[in-house]
Design a protein around this ligand. Sequence first.
Ligand SMILES: [Zn+2]
Length: 307
Amino acid sequence: MSIDHNLYAGGTLDRVSALRKDEDWLAAKLADPRSRLTPVWRNHSLVADPDSDRPRLAEPPVSVLDWAELGAPAPILLGLEGETAWFTLDLSALEQPETLPGLAGQGRFVELRSVGARLPRDQASLAAYARGLAWWHQRHGFCGVCGTPTRSAEAGHVRLCTAPGCGASHFPRTDPAVIMLVTDGERCLLGRQPRFPPGFYSTFAGFVEPGESLEEAVIREVLEETGIRVGDVRYHSSQPWPFPSSLMLGFRTRALSTEIRVAPGEIEEARWFERSWLRANRKSDSFSLPRFDSVSRRLIEDWLAEG
Ligand SMILES: [Zn+2]
């Protein structure tokens, strides 16, 4: 098993799930001046020197903000780094949280995708974790069963319906999506969606549906989007992709047929690319591939490195 994690994986926190229900322990950690905070504001993360080569997450103490007075939801426990507890706090209700005492001068709220590849890997993972949880809380204020307001519990890792007759538990959501490189000997299949920039090609991807295995999702997606039948589906690696809530599951698969029939709408074009051509043309004025920090690019690069 490779330990060369994809970006946004590779976090170093102990998630201490068993301690999330311990309210005395949580209260002590929230009051502890050593406990740190990575705040989220409207899906942005607080980053020090975000425009530099070496940005870092701001790490204010959690005790600097009176979250209840600010009208923010309760802090969410992310985990422990040694004895240091890490929390996130959603400050979306505020207009300019960067100017709050305790946060002023610490950094700027930026979109994680603009800075994630330059952050230290463990911090990119921490920010992705915080962003994903904050987004889930924003979108799950009401019970999906009965429509009554929910409340955060277990340090932010569950939301409970407040209706006495319902009481349903709602857990943070992660949507599995498969992403796959289709190969045919010395060729691989890449495609374009209409929204892509000119000359940009990527692997194919799609969400897993209920009642479907990952392998079946790979086979179905490739067939739907390109008309190509595939088999020999092999797992490659995964990537948390909390933009807003996906888990990308990367696969390699071999083509069993080669005639492309693109489904109109979702895919604009699908093409076979020779390995030797791709090696020599990774980027030019008229051709580009996904960013190096994506599992899509890693699938392509690992294949290019073979043979
Ligand atoms: Zn309910």
